[in-house]
Design a protein around this ligand. Structure first.
Ligand code: PMP
Length: 401
């Protein structure tokens, strides 16, 4: 018999499992709103034009080689990534008190940051939002941190539970790590206002709580890279320390290239240098060094003024299409006279709408309408199109009436 014969079949990942179920469904009207990947109006995955151009440049350059990158990845990519998220005029960059390492997309950046904190930071507890992206608790637990939650979402208003958030962070032990979604909160689509961010910042700094930003959607929420980075820049502007995990999966459509960056903003260049030396000790035994292709694409685009501008236009177009899907779905429910207040569909931001549908309703919609989504009622707006909005609206109408 096999030495693995005792293994039980593990359950599918709750998010990726939605696609597995979708793929098995033979219905011609089936609709996958589970996975957070952008689709065109035709329902197709999108490779940005600017990415095609960058790849062409890379292929034409015969001097390019396939040697290993350093442990920290592509250095130019790291510098450009820090500039993108913190702003060209950031004091932390000017004073050289930031270290940035290329990691395997957002997930890898969170994991490397988590392991670094577990090894070298005095507090081992990280507070994550309730609810959050399903991978967060697993990433940080395996990194060696203790995961606790803070209140974030209010089901009654389908908006932010700001009072609960302030109470929970106010009650967290001094120095605790706090994971903050930089923008386009997953799964709720609910973000604090700038005034609320300022209150969060003041509270966190007064208690010495360590901000760890997860920036998986820069530019995807509002359509502007600078607007979406604003909360992070507020924390950096006060001179305090923080961590930032960046992903280029959504905003450059580089999902499968696994390209991202972890930045740690420190108080001095001297400390940043030593932090980087320790990050290398985390990375080396984990995967040795990161891949070269995706980071090279990003560097080509970020370093070239014309390509950069082209990228911002393509990014804005993706964000606008998502915003337009929100309006269309909201209108479709209104024309059907669907009972209830659906204004959260247009108030929420980013890739997802947290519909408020419960697991039984979700399961009904899957069974009767072949519409797939996570059981918490999260739908990917990027998976919708003008053609599929009526089908979704019919299903929602049927399930609530
Ligand atoms: N954080 C959040 C909140 C996300 O939604 C995602 C993607 N679903 C990620 C991080 C990481 O994604 P990736 O590893 O593909 O960059």
């Amino acid at each position: 018999g096999s030495v693995f014969a005792h293994l039980v079949q593990a359950p599918e990942d709750p998010i990726l499992g939605v696609t597995v179920a979708y793929n098995k469904d033979p219905s011609p009207v089936k609709l996958n709103l589970g996975v957070g990947a952008y689709r065109t109006e035709e329902g197709k995955p999108l490779v940005l034009n600017v990415v095609r151009k960058a790849e062409q440049q890379l292929i034409n350059d015969r001097t390019r080689i396939k040697e290993y990158l350093p442990i920290v990845g592509l250095v130019e990519f790291n510098k450009l990534s820090a500039k993108l998220i913190l702003g060209a005029d950031s004091p932390a960059i000017r004073e050289n008190r930031i270290t940035t390492v290329e990691c395997l997309s957002g997930t890898g950046s969170l994991r490397v940051g988590g392991e670094f904190l577990a090894k070298h930071y005095h507090q081992k507890t990280i507070y994550i939002t309730q609810p959050t992206w399903g991978n967060h608790p697993k990433i940080f637990t395996l990194a060696g941190l203790t995961v606790k939650t803070y209140r974030y979402y209010d089901p009654a208003t389908r908006g932010l539970n700001f009072k609960g958030l302030l109470e929970d962070l106010g009650a967290a032990p001094a120095g605790s790590i706090v994971l903050l979604h930089a923008c386009a909160h997953n799964p709720t689509g609910v973000d604090p206002t700038i005034q609320q961010w300022e209150q969060i910042r003041q509270l966190m700094r007064s208690k010495g709580l360590m901000p760890f930003f997860d920036s998986a959607y820069q530019g995807f929420a509002s359509g502007s890279l600078d607007t979406d980075a604003k909360p992070i820049r507020m924390f950096v502007a006060d001179g305090g320390e923080c961590l930032v995990a960046q992903s280029y999966a959504k905003n450059m459509g580089l999902y499968g290239e696994r390209v991202g960056a972890l930045s740690i903003v420190c108080k001095s260049a001297d400390v940043a240098g030593r932090v980087e030396s320790q990050l290398k000790l985390v990375i080396r035994p984990m995967y040795s060094s990161p891949p070269i292709h995706g980071a090279s694409i990003v560097a080509v685009i970020l370093r070239d003024k014309n390509l950069f501008n082209e990228w911002t236009l393509e990014l804005k177009a993706m964000a606008d299409r998502i915003i337009s899907m929100r309006k269309q779905l909201f209108e479709a429910l209104r024309t059907r006279g669907t009972p209830g207040d659906w204004s959260h569909i247009i108030k929420q931001i980013g890739m997802f709408t947290f519909t408020g549908l419960n697991p039984a309703q979700v399961s009904f919609m899957t069974k009767e309408y072949h519409i797939y989504m996570t059981s918490d009622g999260r739908i990917s707006m990027a998976g919708l199109s003008s053609k599929t909005v009526p089908h979704l609206a019919d299903a929602i109408h049927a399930v609530v009436t």
